[in-house]
Design a protein around this ligand. Structure first.
Ligand SMILES: Nc1ncnc2c1ncn2[C@@H]1O[C@H](COP(=O)(O)OP(=O)(O)OP(=O)(O)O)[C@@H](O)[C@H]1O
Ligand SMILES: [Mg+2]
Length: 257
């Protein structure tokens, strides 16, 4: 379905992605792990066209994603929804409106500006919120919710887009353990119920093992491990996490052990 071919991204003298190749099939649930700076975010951002790779290509069902221009880029972004560590909601708007923003790519500009959404879209948004146990928050200010609730609103916003891929860049990094599990469960259900491929950048290996089927390990912009969670043994972890030392090694080693 999605094929990353020899992707390289350089920022000046830094090579964030180094001829990275990866195939992702429909309905997979993949954790991407690796040290800080390994290129996890750059990979997801490249898929979503938030970064422009220096070399290589990304194919979706055989067609180049990197060749898309103008409106076709926005249409692609809707097909591969992205969620972030910091949720990226509009805090002063209510939850329902934040979810409906996920449909904006299909609305004329004027109706978007006056926040006019047809009843059926509002109903769809409420149904998604209800599925996540969040319906009662629909008219609360998004900024007043807990982090875990805000991340679930962000997932609901992604769900109403009906994406074919969901990209999640450290979706639980700023959540406490209980909320982290709730959000991971939500992502797992989304994947299982709709057959949407989910690619999740994660720092916590135990969470990757618990909620994902396949693990991709990046180091210095390359894939150094790709396999089922069971195959993620000490040797694999040392391939992913051991390498030239950097400032945040202490934290990384602690997480890896
Ligand atoms: N906009 C940018 N400008 C310059 N360098 C960048 C930029 N974005 C990323 N980089 C560099 O590219 C490399 C890969 O960064 P990336 O953010 O993809 O890593 P990561 O695996 O997501 O790390 P983390 O776990 O800390 O989020 C790093 O060396 C980073 O400093
Ligand atoms: Mg990152």
């Amino acid at each position: 379905m999605l094929e990353i071919q020899g992707l390289t991204k350089r920022f000046g003298t830094v090579t964030a992605l180094d001829r990275l190749s990866l195939r992702i099939e429909k309905g997979e649930r993949i954790a991407v792990i690796g040290r800080s700076g390994a290129g996890k975010s750059t990979m997801l951002r490249s898929i979503n066209r938030l970064e422009t790779p220096t070399e290589g290509d990304i194919l979706f069902n055989g067609a180049s994603v990197l060749a898309l221009k103008g409106k076709a880029v926005n249409a692609w972004r809707a097909r591969c929804a992205m969620i972030f560590q910091q949720f990226q909601l509009v805090p002063r708007l209510d939850v329902l409106t934040n979810v409906l923003v996920g449909r904006l790519h299909e609305r004329p500009l004027l109706s978007s500006m006056i926040k006019h959404f047809p009843a059926e879209e509002r109903a769809k948004a409420v149904i998604e919120l209800d599925r996540l146990g969040m319906a009662e928050t629909a008219f609360k200010r998004a900024g007043d919710l807990s982090g875990g609730q805000q991340q679930r609103v962000a997932i609901a916003r992604a769900m109403v887009q009906d994406p074919e891929i969901l990209l999640a860049d450290e979706p639980i990094a700023s959540l406490d353990p209980r909320n982290a599990h709730a959000v991971m469960q939500t992502l797992q259900d989304f994947n299982a119920d709709r057959g949407v491929a989910v690619i999740i950048n994660l720092h916590a290996i135990d969470i990757a093992r618990q909620y994902c089927q396949r693990v991709v390990g990046l180091a210095q912009g390359k894939v150094v491990f790709d396999g089922p969670c069971d195959a993620l043994d000490e040797e694999a972890l040392s391939l992913i996490y051991d390498g030239p030392k950097s400032d945040d090694d202490g934290e990384e080693q602690a997480l890896a052990s």
